[in-house]
Design a protein around this ligand. Structure first.
Ligand code: PMT
Length: 396
């Protein structure tokens, strides 16, 4: 997302404080963020906060003595790759729908030709009011994008629809609009993520350190590039993404069934999950007691190998596996690719700092079945996901 610019308009609602998190999350992806605030917004959060977080002066006043307003608002409007208003009050929505431009924010908004995303936030009656709904319908008709509002406890103390969507959801929607590469349009991609858990007794289980971050990054990136995505995931540390069809499972057997049931409806399977390879042969119905035991031996049996089952059931699907290795990474990865009938395998040496389980980054080597090899140095899991998909699209 480097070289991309987002202009964030902040208006006067209680959710304005969340704009700081939006700026922070966007900047972490490499996006350059410029903030324009309405006068009302400055009552809820200071320009200094957003100036510090964005690294740029915040535009508030039309006729600021230090800036040349004509140049400033037009240049911001033109610089935007996406213009987002979060929170968007009923007032700014009404002004935008009717072409009113009487302050820095509404003027810049009207002057932009970039895609516009609104994140409405207001009292539920204001949201439900026919005037607001008519304004929203008009804006949607003109191609304006909208995220939320969500339902929940509102600032006025009642439960209802009108809460601004959470910053992660808004940022996700912005990143979708910034992604211009749609090479996965029309493709159905199934991604697996996270660990699985195998019960030892009702309170204990066998699992591993997979957080789900790599798989979720792949699911989001595939969706951003136009794919219809299904995410089959075990119990993850991270939240399952919204707007992706998520299928939660617990055990390796359940993950295997979930994948096989959906295999005919997908064009590509990316098997990033780290399923438990073994399970207790005789899981106890009751909590195993410690008292009176010097040791505890567990009889473990293998779980099904999902990729082997997939290679037997698949038709024309492209199948990509991952290999988490601690030694002889390339040799083991290539062996897995052949044994499991894969089109491509993504090997990560999980002993390297910054690679593999739990962390936000990864280092990978991609082996394709035609013998070609591609490497990616240490990078965020989002960047690695983009690299894996760049390689994956060549397999169709
Ligand atoms: O979730 P994160 O914290 O972000 O970490 C990411 C990751 C390290 C989990 C990911 O990058 C990764 O390497 N995933 C594969 C982990 C794994 O199970 O590797 P493996 O070498 O044991 O298995 C090889 C392949 O067989 C994998 O595609 C795996 O999904 C699959 N498999 C494994 C066991 C099993 N019973 N059935 C399978 O199909």
């Amino acid at each position: 997302m480097k070289n991309k610019t987002v202009v964030l308009g902040v208006t006067g609602g209680i959710a304005a404080y969340k704009s700081a998190e939006i700026v922070s999350r966007l900047r972490k992806t490499g996006v350059d963020v410029h903030v324009v605030m309405s006068r009302g917004a400055c009552n809820f959060i200071t320009p200094l906060t957003l100036e510090t977080m964005s690294g740029h002066p915040v535009a508030t006043e039309m006729f600021h003595e230090k800036t040349h307003w004509e140049v400033e608002h037009i240049s911001l409007a033109q610089r935007a790759d996406v213009f987002v208003v979060a929170p968007a009050t009923a007032h700014v929505i009404a002004k935008y729908a009717h072409g009113l431009a009487d302050d820095m924010l509404s003027t810049t908004l009207l002057a932009t030709t970039a895609p516009v995303l609104l994140a409405p936030a207001m009292n539920e009656n204001m949201w439900a009011h026919p005037a607001t709904q008519a304004n929203m319908a008009l804006l949607r008709e003109r191609g304006v994008h909208v995220v939320g509002p969500a339902s929940g406890l509102l600032a006025c103390g009642v439960n209802g629809q009108g809460r601004m969507e959470e910053p992660d959801v808004i940022v996700d929607a912005i990143l979708d609009l910034l992604e211009t590469k749609k090479d996965y349009a029309g493709k159905r991609v199934m991604v697996t993520a996270g660990p699985t858990r195998e019960a030892i007794d009702p309170v204990r289980y066998v699992s591993n350190r997979s957080s789900g971050k790599m798989g979720v990054a792949l699911a989001l990136q595939a969706r951003r590039r136009g794919a219809q995505v299904t995410l089959v995931h075990g119990p993850m540390e991270v939240q399952p993404p919204r707007w992706v069809n998520c299928v939660p499972v617990e055990t390796t057997e359940q993950m295997c069934q979930a994948i096989l049931q959906r295999l005919d409806d997908c064009d590509m399977l990316i098997k990033c999950a780290a399923p438990a390879d073994f399970k207790a042969a005789y899981p106890s119905d009751q909590k195993i007691k410690k008292a009176g035991k010097d040791n505890l031996a567990l009889d473990m049996i293998p779980t099904p190998d999902i990729l082997t089952a997939v290679s037997e059931a698949k038709k024309n699907q492209v199948v990509i596996g991952f290999a988490a290795e601690t030694q002889d990474v390339s040799a083991y990865a290539k062996d897995k690719m052949q044994r499991k009938g894969l089109d491509m395998i993504v090997a990560n040496d999980v002993t390297m700092p910054g690679a593999g389980f739990g962390v936000d980054t990864n280092i990978v080597t991609v082996h394709k079945k035609d013998g070609t090899v591609y490497q990616h140095p240490l990078a965020s899991k989002e960047q690695i996901a983009a690299f894996v998909l760049d390689q994956g699209i060549t397999l169709f």
